[in-house]
Design a protein around this ligand. Sequence first.
Ligand code: NAP
Length: 297
Amino acid sequence: MENFASSSLQKKKFIIFGGGFSGQFIANEIRKLGGEALTSSRQLQNNSNSFVFDSFSRALPSEHIFDGTTHVLSCIPPDKSGKDPVLSRLHKKLKSLDLEWVGYLSTTGVYGNTFGEWVTEKDPANPLQDRSKRRLLCERSWLDSNLPIQIFRLPGIYGPGRSTFESIFKKNIKVIYKPNQVFSRIHVADIANAIIYLLKINNENFKQIINIADNYPTSQIEVIEHSYKLLGLKMPEPMNFDSAKKLLSPIALSFWEENRRVSNRLLCKDLGYKLIHKNYKSGLKSCLEIIKQKNLK
Ligand SMILES: NC(=O)c1ccc[n+]([C@@H]2O[C@H](COP(=O)([O-])OP(=O)(O)OC[C@H]3O[C@@H](n4cnc5c(N)ncnc54)[C@H](OP(=O)(O)O)[C@@H]3O)[C@@H](O)[C@H]2O)c1
């Protein structure tokens, strides 16, 4: 990371709602660069950087959590009614803070099915799945919130501890062949790095909605094949999509109903962000190195 970030994140306090996979990773990167980052979870954690927030609980985070907060990031998905869990409980509180920036992790599901065509932020949202319709409602609530909001639309997130390797090890991988089907993806390190990069350049060129995706949308089978190759294992025979359908959960099936290539042109060309992992090969290599390092310990 460039030097600017460490100087610019010192004295900044981030509250990250939803300390799940991405939230924890982003919090760690912020801390490495000198910022303070607290993350929420629904259960009490034995960790002084964590606090409890559950949108369904009557209790709200204590006042001291918000003291000195300059930045807020929400990584929490919509609730079942399409309400945003953070805004529905804490909008007034967030408005009362002197926030420099608010970020929201959304999904590229809001674009719906483009039958394999590229989508950019300029394309109208056209959600197909109910969960993506709820997501768009949340995006709109954030845009209407009168907070300094920036929305990041993300495709499939992977990274250390959440990649095809884990599915292969757990033996729950499904090797499915569906002609012409592609998925876009993003390594979690690029979500964190891109957000930190944008915080630096926002004053010059602020964009409210930004896709964060790698350069190379491709089929799931290509990624799985490469993962087996890196492990030196033989990939099982692929199932064709029609036979695989009955084995997939409704949610898994819904992902196969959409086919789109997510453009990162705004982020990488117009705004000048350099991806750490331009494609899944680079991202998987890094995930495997981390697995190997852990196994050596
Ligand atoms: N996973 C993907 O491939 C993907 C792709 C595109 C976009 N996204 C979106 O990007 C965001 C981050 O994704 P992720 O995979 O990193 O998330 P994740 O690991 O599933 O974490 C979600 C977080 O939200 C918290 N949460 C959920 N419901 C809540 C509620 N009602 N009240 C308070 N907290 C609640 C969870 O709390 P606990 O820690 O207590 O469980 C968890 O910390 C999410 O909005 C996700 O939908 C994900």
